[in-house]
Design a protein around this ligand. Structure first.
Ligand code: DLZ
Length: 201
């Protein structure tokens, strides 16, 4: 039982992730934090029973690219998973970019089957700088990700940290002594929402 008023409370139901297929789409800006968040999400997906082969990871350059990538992943774009980084998360596939139909995958890249996803986790780390860039990207990305999930009916878990400082970002990825890895919450949210939507359909 947690004594904090903040954060995600544990569900009374243990959702079974074993039938689910989940995509993680992540940006590559602020990689140290991104890697911890992705690892946290994957750990919880696996803890809830999602099979390794049903966790697909696709990277994009920055958070601004997340909505389009999520939308295309949901609508069945072929995912290209780079095999050279599979070791990072114990045999999972890390994506390297969207393919164009008929275009052969670059060397070292494996094309994954395009079966439907039960949930997509969009992971990005935006850290405020000295210009308005941060505000524009935060606003655009959060609205666009909401639109993707409402238009598609597939849950898009909002895994975009909008941090005012480096310290805040590290804290929310569990990379400080008192921090908590929000990626874990996103993994659990993906299993819960994927299970709900299966039932609702
Ligand atoms: C340009 C930019 C800046 C300044 N900061 C971030 C950031 O903190 N986190 C992030 O994910 N992406 C950032 N980007 C890149 C944009 O998201 C995007 O990739 C580029 O503007 C190209 O569209």
């Amino acid at each position: 039982m947690s004594h904090t008023i903040k954060g995600l409370s544990e569900s009374s139901v243990k959702y079974d992730g074993s039938p689910l297929r989940v995509a993680i789409v992540h940006a590559r800006w602020n990689t140290t934090v991104i890697d911890a968040l992705v690892a946290g999400a994957v750990a919880k997906l696996k803890e809830r029973g999602v099979k390794d082969s049903n966790i697909i990871i696709q990277s994009v350059p920055g958070s601004f690219e997340l909505p389009l990538a999520c939308s295309r992943v949901i609508s069945g774009a072929h995912i290209q998973a780079a095999s050279n980084v599979t070791d990072l998360l114990g045999g999972l596939s890390f994506g390297s970019g969207n393919s164009r139909a008929g275009t052969p995958a670059p060397a070292g890249v494996v094309t994954m089957p395009n079966e439907p996803f039960d949930a997509v986790i969009a992971i990005g780390v935006l850290i405020k700088g000295s210009t308005m860039h941060f505000e524009y990207i935060c606003d655009a990305v959060s609205h666009a990700l909401m639109k993707v999930q409402l238009d598609s009916g597939v849950p898009v878990i909002f895994g975009v940290l909008t941090a005012l400082t480096d310290e805040q970002a590290l804290d929310r990825a569990g990379l400080t002594p008192t921090g908590h890895n929000h990626g874990e919450d996103w993994g659990l949210a993906a299993v819960e929402m994927g299970s709900h939507v299966r039932r609702w359909n």
